[in-house]
Design a protein around this ligand. Structure first.
Ligand code: 6GU
Length: 228
């Protein structure tokens, strides 16, 4: 799976891409992540990428004549044109179902904005899928792009050690429950004991207990997910 990130701040991703599961997935060539600096497509002698809005108002708007050529060139550098996602708080709010859908793609392009947003003609010309990660405003789309990559690669075969574990994720297709409590050693800490049933070794009973705890927790914390 190939991710192309188009951003004004490619270095924001350095830490994320160089640690843990993501690094491992890249090293094992299960995913590829390429970054492009939108500024490299500025034709202006000062490498300007934004300008003040027509009609006045605060903030700066990303210039259509940088963003469109950037996306078009990056898109054309592979046979597969990929799925173009524009990060914006005005987009469709994504969920696990959308993430599952993305995990089936060969190529995903993540267009990250900064400042007050993109010139409207970027959307008119490129017709990206505009997506949001929730009802709050970020300074830029970069954090959202990392969240999307993070959620999607869990579902790419081989990325997690245990294929089963992403199938059991809360919010996945076929699972509308939060997970119940988990414990590891020590068995007693500050007087708090691990539930007896988990150390008893009866796997049927343990499964049963976990299923009940998952239901309880979902009822308590996310009644909106819970359907009887
Ligand atoms: Cl995807 N981008 C920005 N800039 N803000 C957001 C967002 C995305 N999702 C929620 N807020």
């Amino acid at each position: 799976m190939l991710f192309d990130i188009l951003t004004l701040f490619p270095n924001i991703f350095d830490g994320y891409l160089s640690e843990s599961l993501v690094k491992n997935a890249i090293d094992r060539e299960l995913i590829r992540v390429r970054r492009y600096n939108i500024r490299d497509w500025s034709t202006d002698k000062h490498h300007k990428v934004d300008d003040s809005p027509y009609g006045g108002g605060s903030g700066m708007v990303l210039k259509v004549d940088c963003v469109v050529p950037c996306v078009e060139e990056v898109r054309a550098n592979e046979e597969n044109r990929g799925r173009l996602l524009m990060m914006t708080p005005q987009g469709k709010r994504i969920d696990q179902k959308f993430v599952e859908e993305l995990s089936q793609e060969q190529r995903i392009l993540l267009l990250c904005g900064r400042y007050e947003g993109f010139d409207e003609r970027v959307s008119q010309i490129l017709q990206p899928e505009e997506i949001s990660i929730g009802d709050y405003v970020l300074n830029g789309g970069e954090a959202a792009a990392m969240i999307i990559i993070d959620a999607v690669i869990r579902l790419v075969p081989g990325v997690l050690g245990d294929e089963f574990s992403s199938l059991c994720d809360s919010f996945s297709t076929g699972n509308r429950l939060l997970e119940g409590p988990q414990y590891t050693r020590p068995r007693v800490y500050r007087g708090l004991e691990v539930p007896e049933i988990l150390v008893g070794g009866n796997h049927e009973q343990i499964q049963q207990w976990r299923a009940e705890e998952a239901v309880k927790r979902t009822e308590q914390r996310r009644p909106d997910l819970f359907q009887y």
